[in-house]
Design a protein around this ligand. Structure first.
Ligand code: BES
Ligand code: ZN
Ligand code: ZN
Length: 486
């Protein structure tokens, strides 16, 4: 898809179709040319209205806000993609910041265009829609800098493509997407960018590192585990070292504490944290962010068999903390415990883990929102503020010492499953906190993306399946702190 900007008045641009956003439900905007027809059709700005003779598509937009622009453009693309047209034109709809409006524009298009139809025999023809012409004529009397618009479109495309990259990983089936496949993908990614390097560690390395919590989860899988370390180094002297740790459960059956069938379904998406971390590194390289950015991915399956780790086992983690296993389905925190310990050896300035960690997060926050947990109030608030500009939803979940008591163990240093089912996302976060050293307590944040990582119905510009949760949120955050913006 090519998006071209011109300062020609929209009526002078030749195109196969025109898209008009409808903000005013009374249909009074100057761009609306078919008021009578729209009134006759009783179109009040809900969804889209396609007038084939006039070759115009009207798209409802709730308000001129960045996320509404994304949704409207995704809806426009979906309404036009199957038509026999090769382009459409549209005026620019700017809300406040010009660059951000164009970022949102491109994100809407590229997120809306995502599809995963690899396993459909009856694949839809590739869309002939390949070009969009944006007119900035409306702003010609202001100091409109076309470079801002073009830069916005470029950033938006990178953001969306990074999220789509993660979606492809998450949507892939567990038969194909094994830890070895994740390692292979990380190596291919690293070979595509000059600033990236990748190290892949196998089970022997994990043994040598005493990563026994990680290894325990892997024990009855027929696929060996992989610890994947991707590094992006900018050309300039890096301002900070930021490490993302991703939960990469290529399948979570629950292990011996087996999940009921209904809950097991969609657990190919338990690798969403790792996929997001990998996609963030890709995005960071394309945006040429001035940070050294690492992704540490803990890739394994959680399966069931004669060699499975068991409730009652006690594991000695890499950090030396002993863990009583009370539920083998609380496996993500075991993998993360060892990966977070490994990550701290690399002396990060900021350490963020991403994980589909708890069903409780979904129960508590709904399917649309991720949880932010950690010890540094300012960091959490700042992250929430910047990350939400991406259109993703975040809520801060607070730690407290009463909940911390629930993961005490009688026979080991900590239990992997709380004694109460209430506050499950927070007790999971508190479990991770046990593996964060004193000097990193304020540098660490845990993102529980269990709710929005995988959708069973479409919403906004997200379609069925993986949403790429965490990717754009973290890239927006990184982008903002690049500028030192508060
Ligand atoms: N991968 C799941 C969490 C999950 C559930 C993610 C639903 C996305 C959708 C995780 O490993 C898990 O099973 N957690 C348990 C923890 C419990 C046993 C303490 C849970 O949330 O039930
Ligand atoms: Zn689990
Ligand atoms: Zn899991």
């Amino acid at each position: 898809m090519r998006i071209e900007i011109s300062n020609k008045p929209i009526q002078e641009i030749l195109a196969d179709f025109e898209v008009i956003l409808v903000v005013d439900k009374n249909l009074n905007h100057k761009f609306i040319k078919d008021k009578e027809t729209l009134e006759f059709l009783n179109f009040k700005g809900d969804g889209t209205c396609l007038l084939s003779k006039e070759k115009r598509l009207y798209v409802g937009i709730k308000a001129l806000k960045f996320d509404e622009i994304r949704i409207a453009l995704a809806n426009a693309y979906k309404a036009l993609k199957d038509l026999k047209i090769s382009n459409f034109k549209i005026a620019s709809y700017i809300c406040g910041c010009k660059t951000k409006s164009f970022i949102a524009f491109a994100e809407g298009i590229f997120l809306g265009a995502y599809k995963f139809d690899k396993y459909k025999s009856d694949k839809k023809e590739e869309s002939s829609l390949k070009e969009i012409f944006i007119s900035t004529d409306e702003y010609s009397d202001t100091e409109f800098d076309i470079n801002h618009a073009e830069n916005g479109l470029r950033i938006g495309e990178i953001m969306a493509n990074s999220a789509n990259f993660a979606k492809n990983i998450i949507n892939e089936i567990p038969e194909i997407y094994t830890p070895e496949k994740m390692a292979e993908d990380a190596e291919v990614l690293a070979s595509d960018y000059a600033g990236l390097t990748c190290k892949v560690y196998d089970e022997n390395f994990l043994v040598s590192q005493n990563m026994n919590a990680f290894l325990a989860v892997n024990r009855s899988s027929s696929h060996p585990p992989r610890l994947i370390h991707l590094i992006y180094k900018p050309e300039v002297e890096p301002k900070k070292r930021i490490i993302f740790v991703g939960k990469g459960l290529t399948y979570d059956s629950g292990g011996l504490s087996l999940k009921p069938s209904d809950y097991m379904l969609t657990m190919k998406s338990d690798k969403s944290g790792a996929a997001a971390a990998m996609a963030i590194v890709k995005g960071a390289a394309e945006l040429e962010l001035p940070f050294e950015i690492h992704a540490i991915l803990g890739a394994t399956e959680n399966m069931i068999g004669g060699n499975s780790y068991k409730p009652d086992d006690i594991l000695i983690s890499r950090s030396g903390v002993t863990i009583e296993v009370r539920n083998t389905d609380a496996e993500g925190r075991l993998v993360l415990a060892d990966c977070l310990d490994f990550a701290q050896d690399l002396e990060p300035d900021i350490l963020i883990d991403l994980a589909t960690l708890t069903g409780a997060c979904m129960v508590g926050l709904g399917e649309y929102t991720s949880g932010i947990l950690g010890n540094n109030e300012e960091l959490k608030k700042e992250f929430k503020k910047y990350a939400e500009e991406s259109g993703e939803f975040y809520t801060i979940l607070e730690f407290n010492d009463y909940l911390r008591d629930l993961i005490k163990s009688n026979i080991a240093d900590i239990s992997n499953s709380a004694s109460s089912r209430y506050g499950g996302s927070i007790t999971a976060g508190l479990f991770l906190d046990k593996f964060i050293r004193k000097e990193y307590k304020d540098k660490w944040m845990h993102l529980d993306i269990a709710g929005p990582a995988y959708l069973e119905k479409d919403w906004g510009y997200n379609s069925f399946g993986a949403s790429g949760a965490g990717v754009r949120a973290c890239l927006y955050y990184l982008f903002k702190i690049t500028k030192g913006e508060k």
